[in-house]
Design a protein around this ligand. Sequence first.
Ligand code: NAD
Length: 509
Amino acid sequence: MRIIDHFVAGGGLAPASRHGDVFDPNLGEVQAHVALGDKAVLDAAVRNALDAQPKWAAVNPQRRARVMFRFKELVEREMDALARTLSSEHGKVLADAKGDIQRGLEVIEFCCGIPHVLKGEYTQGAGPGIDVYSMRQPLGIGAGITPFNFPAMIPMWMFGVAIACGNAFILKPSERDPSVPVRLAELMLEAGLPEGVLQVVHGDKEMVDAILDHPAIAAVSFVGSSDIAHYVYRRGVDAGKRVQAMGGAKNHGIVMPDADMDQVVADLAGAAFGSAGERCMALPVVVPVGEKTADTLRDKLVPAIEALRVGVSTDEQAHYGPVVNAAHKQRVENWIQTGVDEGAELVVDGRGFTLQGHEKGFFIGPTLFDRMTPEMTSYQEEIFGPVLQIVRALDFETAVRLPSQHQYGNGVAIFTRNGHAAREFAARVNVGMVGINVPIPVPVAYHTFGGWKRSAYGDVNQHGTEGVRFWTRVKTVTQRWPDGSALPGGSEDGGPSRIQDAFVIPTMG
Ligand code: NAD
């Protein structure tokens, strides 16, 4: 059986005493074992990082950016192979796997401009002979803990910005699909990154706890489910670290009566079921406004859903592939049963779906519920599968209230032709990322990504200039250069004196 090992500079680690199974979700079989590391593995990585980071921080930003340029080229050259590996461990179709890599590469493109965004601020003459300037300095060693659902994009969100800013970075990817993160680290080395600046340690809770407690790690970025995000946030902050921890989601799509219904149905088919619903920006709840809108939408949705093709992840015609593992398949199917038990109307039931020749694969057919209500736990909780729920709203106010009062606040979308309604909605809704006729409003790399409420702990978003803020700290220098040649008490010709040069608070007088 293939072993996926840590990527730690210098190697020489003791063989792992624990391993995790990495499945091929298409077949439902174990295809590799991943080493599950402990504190000793992390200590080795931290020692390397402590050695490498000051030298890396001393490399000027333009030269650091050139590593990013080369890395982008290498990833593009290897795109097909990376997508195949990603798809074989995650189960998302190849087009989605390429999208996963591409969206990460866009953050690398942003990092190619790091010299520009790292420039500080300068005030000349903030007081008599006094100038003030600020600089952004790296934190030292940063760590990232990432989820299974974007094994390329989310690691790149984090290590791209952290490393471009001059930090060393230790990545702990999801143990469910760990191969692509390791390959990305190898490619960074090939692109010219010095050894020890980017390392990958595998593991589960034991490794996460070791990261959170390690005194030499200055900052932790986490993306995953909300309970664990909250735990990581608390424990990391207790240990004195800077922490951002992105959590789960339950994104709503509001459909106004004037929306282009065919467009909405096409958008929902992709946003609710694409990647088997395993996206934190998926749209698993649709809120039609008014009974007539709801009936029209449902009539159009049912045939569209029944036409979706579920297939193996290499099937180019498939809309989506299997979910990540058997436990997750069971969890999603349990949520479907809960929806039924809570009294929602199950319109299309995706349970019991099998694919000929892949009977053990982790497939779930597309599922549609109507008449969900806010009291149902199957509405309140994240399902993270190919399940779309219709919650009927009487009016616009109810439609604003539903996502605003939900425990998660990652993304939300409104479909309408009415600019005033859209503008009002975007301004009032209590959610971090809003789409107007855009079903999955993931901001581009030079803007920033982050939800609200239980979708994110900490106050700084991923990538863009917010990412730079997270991975650097600001130092502000107040300087003056008194003219030491002047005579005490004033010069005979009435020139500057030491008395006149005495320090005064810049804003006084
Ligand atoms: P997860 O929370 O199970 O795992 C995330 C990371 O935490 C992994 O690296 C895992 O090894 C680690 N981990 C797991 N259990 C742990 C524990 N008990 N203690 C400490 N660490 C632990 O998440 P997942 O299933 O890999 O990913 C799906 C979740 O991630 C969904 O909830 C999804 O909404 C969320 N997500 C959020 C965003 C966002 O930006 N808000 C993006 C992608 C995914």
